[in-house]
Design a protein around this ligand. Structure first.
Ligand code: GLN
Length: 262
């Protein structure tokens, strides 16, 4: 049983009767009507089948914002807040940078950075139209005027533009990693990236050289065991100042690098 089983059960029960969770404690002896029981059974069965709570609830908190999510998007992970933290520390105060978020999914990174850096403009790209629709809904819902959402394959929609800062939490799990079994409710193309999990990152490291501004910074999230391989790929592609930062669990998780254009 997961540690949070009781909490999750309470959330699903409160949802079935369309009441806040506090209602359960104030009315512990109330009985459920048949419709509520049916709704509760439905969501409990989805949860037992491995569907994340975030998909059942339709929302997930990230960077203290409630974001809409769906099975078209990855559920935003707490470790990705490290990437956001590094990104906002890279941006000088009041800088009017163009910032790119590749593979935005629900728009979590783009929205968090847009909120912390209101004088910057964030371009969020995803190749999946359903995911991009969720990102666009989140942008509208939170009222951000400094985020645009573009459909396309990595840097392809912005091939003629330049960005001072490029961010990505790309797929980085190896195709044969058993962890994918536990993540089967989430979109596989947002998680898996070839035999070593580096297919997307290999492509980004090369393609981003075209759309990075001179002296611009690239910040990539990656697997705990990919630090050295990524440093080598970046170095081979001419990136400099390559640095890896551990996540809050102590795993190498985010690598930053800069690029000088000739
Ligand atoms: N951190 C995620 C996980 O393994 C993977 C996310 C990704 O591939 N971008 O749960």
């Amino acid at each position: 049983m997961s540690d949070s089983a009781r909490l999750e059960a309470e959330i699903l029960l409160a949802r079935a009767i369309d009441m806040p969770r506090s209602f359960l404690f104030a009315h512990p002896d109330d009985e459920l009507d048949e419709d509520s029981i049916a709704r509760l059974n439905d969501t409990v069965n989805r949860r037992l089948a491995g569907e994340p709570m975030a998909y059942i609830q339709g929302v997930k908190e990230f960077w203290s914002m409630e974001l809409m999510v769906s099975p078209a998007t990855l559920v935003p992970r707490p470790e990705t807040e490290l990437l956001v933290d590094l990104a906002i520390r890279t941006v000088p105060r009041r800088a009017e940078w163009n910032i790119l978020d590749l593979g935005t999914g629900s728009g979590a990174i783009a929205l968090a950075v847009a909120r912390e850096c209101p004088s910057c403009f964030v371009t969020a790209i995803d190749s999946d139209a359903d995911a991009l629709a969720i990102a666009a809904q989140n942008v509208r819902h939170h009222g951000f005027g400094n985020v645009e959402c573009l459909l396309g394959d990595w840097t392809e929609p912005v091939a003629a533009r330049e960005f001072e800062l490029i961010l990505s939490n790309p797929p980085y799990v190896a195709d044969n990693d058993a962890a994918l079994d536990d993540l089967r409710a989430e979109p596989r193309h947002a998680l898996a990236a070839g035999h070593d999990g580096l297919d997307a990152i290999r492509r980004l490291i090369v393609d981003c050289r075209t759309v990075i501004a001179d002296d611009g910074t690239l910040i990539l999230e990656h697997g705990f065991d990919q630090r050295d391989a990524i440093a080598e790929l970046l170095q081979d592609a001419g990136w400099r100042d390559i640095q890896c930062v551990d996540d809050y669990a102590g795993h190498p998780r985010v690598t930053t690098a800069r690029f000088t254009k000739t």
